[in-house]
Design a protein around this ligand. Sequence first.
Ligand code: NI
Length: 256
Amino acid sequence: MRIFDTHAHLLDEQFDSDRDALIASLPEAGIARVMEACCDEAQIDRVVALVARVPFFYGSAGVHPHSASEWTNETGDHIRTALTRERMAAIGEIGLDYHYDFSPRDAQKACFDAQLALSAELHAPVIIHDREAHGDCMDLLRAYRGKLSGVMHCFSASYEIAKECIDLGLYVAFGGALTFKNAVNQWDIASRLPLERLLIETDCPYMTPVPFRGTRNDPRRIVLTLQKLSELRGVDAEELSETLYQNAFAAFGIKA
Ligand code: NI
């Protein structure tokens, strides 16, 4: 079995005590590829350095909606330069977060729009974070119809929105929340969408699957999300993992 964790934050300080040992343990646990998602401009060069030294890691560069207030034109140039590096494969994570509202909504929309424009210019896939902002998020994505590729990360909207995202050229990723006991809506969506447009991810150290909720998440826990999706789809887990693995390469426009 080989699995692509399409969204992880191994640079989070929660991994400071054991990051290298944990990363070294991933291949034997079946975690063959990892996409390290960048959160803010200060992290861009750290993602580039991590990806440069770990051959099975890919990276993104981008500014999360929480940090949208810090966006400048120079930030765009920083992302542009980072994406010239090997295995730096996406712009992310970018989007809107109206749950926390850590940056004003106008700043979030401007920062998201600027990064979508950059993705269209560079033909770079995006990693999208949409939390309780589905209306504005979809309005911005529709403005880039025909120019989008990438992933709706940690999908939490409706089946109709998922279908529209797929029509816009995006993949839909599910994480540990799929294992939660009340995730009825997510189970329905994950069982009905076309399999060739699905991905799995951890979003570690967050979103820890059942039965480990409340503890730090890491890429090895993705197996629990795979198993849940395997039950929902009625597909053998090993066969499913290979399909999702290939999907991830397609979503990020990278070669195996
Ligand atoms: Ni994330």
